[in-house]
Design a protein around this ligand. Structure first.
Ligand code: UGA
Length: 434
């Protein structure tokens, strides 16, 4: 099939590459000329395991193309995916201006039947809005389909090539047939494709992300309570997770959820609810608990240093909002660094992948180390903010030699409790005994 993808951001690029890998000819369109030039010359602008190989393979196979010319791409394609940004406005609602502007352009440009696929995370009713905008511009037949994306950053290629399910919201049999054909390589291997109406599909995306945010937050509260009563959240998690109605994934407590999706989508669903005179009480509570959870270790650090961390040097391992990504949007590391600096501490951070993004944001208000051990040079404490695999098995002897104090505040529960303790470290993690 010939497919256009409008928007070469995270979702657009991964979707385009995946669809090319499945054998389609894919035309990726972006208004950013510099970005398109880079993509054409084989530069992948995001960090995502295994994406580059797949991307280059499909460019070479002449199945993946990049252009700034929307009209040219549309003329070649029967299906048009919209993978455009929907940033949160000040009130938390998703800003649809990019999506609706492109819908308008599509309405002005199409000359034959097209299926327009909403891949962006958009509020309930957006498919109808896109339809309206296109209809106001053309009499050519078309269908608008909602087809939300469920991939995780850091696992984008893996999730796109092995999705748990494909959700398609459409009231048109013709469009459903087209979507079935596109996803046939998946359905052939047993991946379910779930058809529904457009609104239910749009809500499925928000409901899924919000549910996972609630699940994590619930576990964070259980972890905090474990500390009060002397229970161990690792044990509780295993005990709960082996009931398959609960499931053992997304039960890991830590310093809160971040990233470009959960915080934005929880906020947007609360706002949509308000617009519809509906109060999402559980989501409001989730937001509040998460905000406090992100900085829960600050008071522990202060307590350890007798209430005053002025002049103390805190090493921070990890800056990304989670491992395997350079994304720092809503990263807990940033909330903690901000408070540490406000309280007069010095921060030296290490994250080779996310360092540049943090530099762009906060510059040299903190120091950056070239290695995890360099960050520990004369540090008074270590704070672990991201669960990068390289932190999993550290050399505790070397750490002890570098640091002023043998102290670890671990926001990601990286180690079995006894390991740092056997090595003589004070070790404070989440939901476990100190
Ligand atoms: C999330 C969803 O998992 C994807 O299914 C969805 O497609 C995506 O949002 C999106 O809407 O685009 P992502 O934001 O990449 O994916 O990251 P997750 O792996 O879900 O992690 C989100 C946050 O939750 C991270 O801060 C992570 O550290 C935290 N988390 C996750 C926990 O604190 N505990 C857990 O057990 C799992």
């Amino acid at each position: 099939m010939n497919i256009t993808i409008v928007g070469t951001g995270y979702v657009g690029l991964v979707t385009g590459t995946t669809l090319a890998e499945l054998g389609n000819s894919v035309y990726c369109v972006d208004i950013d000329e510099k970005k398109v030039e880079g993509l054409k010359s084989g530069i992948v602008p995001i960090y995502e395991p295994n994406l580059e190989e797949m991307f280059l393979r499909n460019i070479q196979a002449q199945r993946l193309f990049f252009t700034t010319n929307l009209k040219e791409a549309l003329d070649k394609s029967e299906v048009i995916y919209l993978a455009l940004p929907t940033p949160p406005g000040e009130d938390g609602s998703a800003d649809l201006s990019y999506v609706l502007k492109v819908a308008n352009d599509i309405g002005e440009m199409i000359t034959e039947y097209k299926v327009i696929v909403n891949k962006s995370t958009v509020p309930v009713g957006t498919a109808d809005k896109v339809k309206e905008v296109i209809l106001s511009k053309t009499h050519i037949p078309f269908d608008v389909v909602s087809n939300p994306e469920f991939l995780r950053e850091g696992f984008a290629v893996e999730d796109s090539m092995n999705p748990a399910r494909v959700v398609v919201g459409s009231s048109s049999d013709k469009a459903k047939e087209v979507m079935s054909k596109i996803y046939q390589p998946f359905t052939n291997t047993g991946v379910p494709i779930i058809f529904m109406d457009e609104k239910s599909s749009e809500l499925t995306k928000y409901a899924s992300n919000s549910f996972l945010a609630v699940k994590i937050t619930f576990m964070n509260e259980i972890a905090n309570y474990c500390e009060k009563v002397g229970a161990d959240v690792d044990k509780v998690r295993l005990g709960m997770g082996s009931d398959d109605r609960i499931g053992n994934r997304f039960l890991f407590p830590g310093i809160g959820y971040g990233g470009s999706c959960f915080p934005k989508d929880v906020k947007a669903l609360i706002k949509s609810g308000k617009d519809d005179k509906f109060h999402f009480q559980i989501l409001e509570a989730t937001e509040n608990v998460n905000a406090a959870q992100k900085i829960i270790l600050i008071s522990e650090i202060e307590k350890y240093f007798g209430g005053n961390i002025k002049g103390k040097t805190i090493a921070v391992w990890g800056l990304a909002f989670k491992a395997n990504t350079d994304d720092i949007r809503e990263a807990s590391s940033l909330d903690n660094i901000k408070i540490l600096l406000e309280k007069g501490a010095n921060v030296i951070a290490y994250d080779v992948v996310a360092e540049n993004n943090v530099k762009k944001l906060i510059g040299n208000t903190i120091q950056y180390a070239k290695s995890m051990y360099e960050a520990l040079e004369n540090a008074d404490a270590l704070f672990i903010a991201t669960e990068w695999p390289e932190f999993k098995n550290p050399n505790f002897d070397l750490m002890a030699k570098k640091m002023n104090n043998k102290v670890i505040f671990d926001g990601r529960n990286m180690y079995p409790l006894e390991i740092p303790e056997q090595n003589g470290f004070f070790y404070k993690s989440i939901g476990r005994k100190t």
